[in-house]
Design a protein around this ligand. Structure first.
Ligand code: AMP
Length: 184
């Protein structure tokens, strides 16, 4: 039986870093829709050309495109980073997990206050030069998170799979909280 973990949380919460470490240590595949999309943009594929302006504005890429990517990349043991981001994506993922006999081990919600998120993202902009890490886009991405993605907190809470984790502190401290919350 397959196993899956979802990382949920606003941009800048440190999901990507934590998901990478957990995937590496547990032998899971990390599936980051943001990374896959950025790779398409960098390679200038037709998909990349289509999503580039959407990502630069800080808006969400259409659900059907995202779901196609997920179907292509799904693995037996998988950690989702940055997916699902809408209720439609979450419902489609539920169906996909049921179809493939994959058990959801938990949904990790990494919680960080808004001022700290903006500070972290602007720092990442200096280090990585991501084109969507400027102040205006960051505000838009946070707004989109509150509007489209935050409802998933209630969705997963109602299913009893939500694990809230304090995202403040060192990466090691946050990582230890995540392992404890998931019990793995
Ligand atoms: P991330 O690296 O997860 O912050 O994603 C960067 C950008 O990619 C987002 O601002 C969206 O434009 C797009 N994106 C990534 N994942 C998704 C998703 N699951 N649904 C829609 N858009 C996404």
């Amino acid at each position: 039986m397959g196993q899956a973990v979802i990382f949920l949380g606003p941009p800048g919460a440190g999901k990507g870093t934590q998901a990478s470490r957990l995937a590496e240590e547990l032998g899971f595949k990390k599936l980051s829709t943001g990374d896959i999309l950025r790779d398409h943009v960098a390679r200038g594929t037709p998909l990349g050309e289509r999503v580039r302006p959407i990502m630069e504005r800080g808006d969400l890429v259409p659900d059907d495109l995202i779901l196609e990517l997920i179907r292509e990349e799904l693995a037996e043991r998988v950690i989702f980073d940055g997916f699902p981001r809408t209720l439609a994506q979450a419902e489609a993922l539920d169906r996909l997990l049921a179809e493939t006999g994959t058990r959801l081990l938990g949904v990790v919600l990494v919680e960080v206050p808004e001022e700290e998120l903006v500070r972290r993202i602007l720092k990442r902009a200096e280090l990585e030069g991501r084109s969507d890490d400027n102040e205006e886009t960051v505000r838009r991405r946070l707004e989109v998170y509150r509007e489209k993605t935050e409802p998933l907190v209630g969705y997963y809470e109602a299913r009893g799979v939500l694990k809230r984790v304090d995202g403040l502190g060192t990466p090691d401290e946050v990582y230890a909280r995540i392992r404890a919350a998931l019990g793995i």
